[in-house]
Design a protein around this ligand. Structure first.
Ligand code: HEM
Length: 413
């Protein structure tokens, strides 16, 4: 590709986020990549990397690149609409990747479903589930936080958020979380086929749940709010509800799982800051931004696709090429943060872009932070003397985040 500089160290040696070295300490690689330029061609992924925050913010804000996976030059062929199963309808005809106008309509009309009252009500429903998880755990000498708590949270929070009645839980648990895999460009055809089958089943269950909810709406429940939105807004239909719910599953499962692990790890590595972090839901909200900055978990950042041949930051980008925005490169850069190696839960973030920026700002930000606060405060309430039992081994297989193979904690109870 047209990388102008000659005789530079190969880019994949400079930045290799699937290496163990990156998983253990991503900072040197992030800083080296950012130094390489504003828009850097990354040969192994056949993608451009956008490295600087003002450019990333501008791209987020103006949306001059596409968010539609099917606009990628290497995406599987977009099948004709008359051959779509529910799965294709959810993935391709997605209300959040649809044209900008429809996306904005969906965001505007669904805003009430994410209001403070609804988040409070959902939180109240999740609380007993979290209590139950810890009750079932009992008081062991040590346990794997990942297996016993973190892995259970995405399913609980998704079903409670949407309002899927418990009678459907065993059925839907089998199929619902695979939907996240369908977004992953690197999975095998067999796995994609299985994910497609599962997603079709999940959609059937969702349709059944929606039909029941239409017959008997309840207050403050995400589905009920969306059904009301549907009633009041032309252009917002049942299919928008289904795709939105699937988007929540897609965007809200892995992120939550990763956030759980790193929040516990970062606080246990910096125990002096636990009281300030957990003082209130608001203090945790800021602490979580610091946890995410300090721990840098991301590998790929956020993908966009060139809708046409274009000139971006002085480079010729061809139609269909992937552009990865990488805000995580700034996390330990002294140009952005004073004293970046210090973990300080009171650090001021201005602006705070952990949940994105502009029209595609994370829908689930409030829910994610409250649910993390709930679980992690419960952990420290139950086990005030808890410590890491070992330095957790990094799992290098996740395509987009640094995760742990297990997170063993010693309760000292
Ligand atoms: C710690 C957890 C989370 C983090 C750090 C996070 C971060 C983000 C970021 C940075 C974006 C913008 C992505 C881009 O520009 O391409 C985003 C979008 C989104 N997030 Fe989250 N998220 C989290 C949890 C959740 C949860 C729990 C949900 C659902 C309940 C959710 C739903 C969404 C949706 C639907 C979008 C797409 C919005 C749109 O395109 O209009 N996220 N998230």
């Amino acid at each position: 590709m047209n990388q102008p500089e000659q005789n530079l160290q190969p880019i994949e040696e400079l930045y290799d986020p699937n290496s163990l070295k990156y998983s253990v300490n991503p900072t040197p690689q992030c800083l080296a990549l950012a130094k390489r330029g504003k828009l850097v061609w990354y040969e192994p992924w056949q993608a451009w990397i956008m490295t600087r925050m003002p450019d990333i913010m501008d791209c987020w804000k103006r949306e001059y690149l596409s968010s539609d996976f099917y606009d990628w030059e290497f995406a599987p062929q977009r099948p004709p609409q008359d051959q779509w199963s529910n799965f294709e309808r959810a993935l391709i005809g997605h209300s959040l990747v649809a044209d900008h106008d429809h996306h904005r309509l969906v965001r505007r009309v669904t805003a009430p479903a994410f209001s403070r009252n609804v988040v409070d009500a959902i939180q109240k429903r999740i609380e007993p589930d979290v209590q139950k998880l810890f009750d079932e755990l009992g008081e062991p000498e040590s346990f794997d936080y990942l297996e016993k708590i973190a892995q259970e949270i995405p399913f609980i929070s998704i079903t409670r958020t949407i309002g899927v009645p418990e009678k459907y839980w065993p059925q839907i648990k089998q199929v619902i979380l695979t939907f996240t895999e369908t977004w992953n460009p690197t999975i095998s055809d067999e796995r994609r086929a299985k994910a497609r089958e599962d997603s079709n089943q999940a959609i059937e269950i969702l349709k059944q749940v929606i039909a029941e909810r239409r017959a008997a709406p309840v207050q403050d429940d995400f589905l009920s709010v969306l059904l009301k939105v549907e009633e009041e807004n032309d252009g917002f239909e049942e299919w928008d509800i289904i795709t939105l719910v699937l988007a929540l599953i897609g965007a809200g499962s892995d992120t939550t799982l990763v956030a759980q692990q790193w929040s516990v790890y970062a606080l246990l590595k910096n125990p002096g800051q636990i009281p300030a972090a957990l003082e209130t839901a608001d203090s945790f909200s800021n602490a979580f931004s610091e946890i995410s900055r300090w721990s840098t978990q991301s590998k790929m950042g956020f993908a966009r696709y060139a809708p046409e041949d274009m000139d971006i930051l002085g480079q010729k980008v061809s139609k269909g090429q992937m552009v990865l925005m990488m805000p995580h490169l700034k996390n330990h850069d002294p140009e952005y943060y004073d004293d970046p190696e210090t973990f300080d839960v009171k650090r001021v973030f201005n602006p705070d872009v952990l949940f994105g920026y502009g029209p595609r700002f994370c829908i689930g930000a409030a829910l994610a932070k409250r649910q993390l606060y709930l679980t992690i405060s419960e952990l420290f309430k139950r086990f005030p003397n808890i410590e890491l039992a070992e330095e957790p081994e990094r799992d290098t297989t996740d395509h987009n985040a640094i995760t742990f193979t297990r997170l063993m904690l010693k309760t000292n109870a």
